[in-house]
Design a protein around this ligand. Sequence first.
Ligand SMILES: [Zn+2]
Length: 446
Amino acid sequence: MSRFRMHPTGGQEQQMLLHCAHARYVWNLAVEQHAHWQRGRKSAPGFVEQCRQLTEARGDSEWLGAGNADVQQQALKDFAKAKDARFTSGFGEPTWRRKFRHEGFRVIGTDRVPEYNEDGTPRLNAKTGKQVMGRSVVVRKLNRRWAQVKVPGCGWVRFRLSAKGKGARLPSAKTFRVTFRNGQWHAAFAVVPEPGPAPGTGEVIGIDRGVRITAALSDGRTLNCPQLTVKERAQIRKHQRRAARAPKGSDCKPAEYAKAARLKAREANRRKDWCEKTSTMLAKSFDLIRFEKLNIKNMTAKAKPKPDPDRPGRHLKNGRAAKAGLNRGILAQGWGLLRQRTEHKAPGRVEDVPAPYTSLRCSDCGWIDKNSRKSQAEFVCSSCGFTCNADTNASINVAAGQGGIFRPRPTAGAGGTTPRNGSNVREPQPEQAGIPLFQEGEDVNS
Ligand SMILES: [Zn+2]
């Protein structure tokens, strides 16, 4: 994905906000149609049927009819894609889009370019034998730093060719998505990076992802995802405090919230940048990249409320805020993105190793014991005495593809017998008691 900051004029901004409103309206209609569906009913309308309904709706509603048909149809297309990918994307069923929260729309290129097969021959229509013409986004370079792109109803909109856009090269794609968040417009071109060649050295790297150290590599390196500085965090709190104290309905309130949001956006940008750089490094320097298999969705599940024994019908508060904080910490590390981008850049060279016991298994002798993990950072094998940084030890296990295979060694002297399964063979849990990181009952041996 190449993403660029857009700089529309005031008039263009108004038009683009209207596009956002139309796209959101159409998307939410589609969500509503599908939410209405129940077992036994006729299936909800698909993309083609929805497009027909859209044409009808455009005739009935003046507001919708005045908008751009392509933008509205692309919203339906996005919905169809999200619906198709609901089991694999990790986002589940497509949900409502909200004003101010999810502002964006997709633009389909208006340029027509001939399409080619993979072997370089022109792609021909199977029925008519004519050349198949594909879409292409119309972009124009202005100078070294600036370019512009055609947006329906707005003409040329300028965007800045950042260094992130790969040496100020112009993006070429069939469609692009315009988003408006935290007062900034961005254009994201759906460009999947070309997978580079493997280095061919046969080297295998294991990566253990954690909250303290974002990525511990099996060659001993520890990589950290940049986060907000202490000063930036203080600034966010300051703006949030000012916003909270501002009188209701004043201009100051939204302005202060916007300032806080802009600072928070900085963190997300840094994280994305770090993931891109790190995944490129991994894809370029190693033949096989092994990640420990994580279920981030389960790990960041909300803490279950506990009933309060003293006040029937009410719930205890303790622990839930802490779990929310831990969730924020996990999500701030960009674990999922790193894995995804590495897969894009090194297709077929990324593997998932089941996570249980990777942090408790001695990478030297294979002994699994919870007592070996002395603390968050220290690993001392209770069988052979091997010492190592706990995260590095785990990543070496991941590199070796070891972890899920539980091999008790009853003959080993120290450490005693390790039960085959049961909750006491686990990583040291966070200080806050009673907040499971993994869901209970998860089959660790699978
Ligand atoms: Zn050992």
